[in-house]
Design a protein around this ligand. Structure first.
Ligand SMILES: [Zn+2]
Length: 84
């Protein structure tokens, strides 16, 4: 499994590209810093079975719609976690 970083956590609120607020720690953290123990992975296209990378930072959903690896998929009905 990938490294758990704050930026991929549900409890992370981005302030800017580099830092954000961690709702678990109640403090400002760096985006690429290792996540907390109660890390909850956020739903993003790149964690989904339907995501296919076509080039760097770009891919397709179900080989059809163009999407981005870091697109939030919280409201996607077809979201399916990759086997981890
Ligand atoms: Zn955290």
């Amino acid at each position: 499994m990938e490294k758990k970083t704050h930026i991929d956590c549900e409890e992370y609120l981005a302030i800017d590209v580099f830092k954000g607020f961690c709702n678990v720690k109640k403090t400002t953290v760096m985006a690429d810093e290792e996540g907390c123990d109660d890390f909850t992975q956020v739903k993003k296209c790149r964690f989904c079975k339907h995501y296919n990378e076509t080039e760097e930072h770009l891919g397709t959903c179900m080989n059809e719609a163009v999407t981005y690896p870091d697109l939030l998929a919280k409201t996607c009905d077809s979201f399916n976690w990759l086997d981890r």
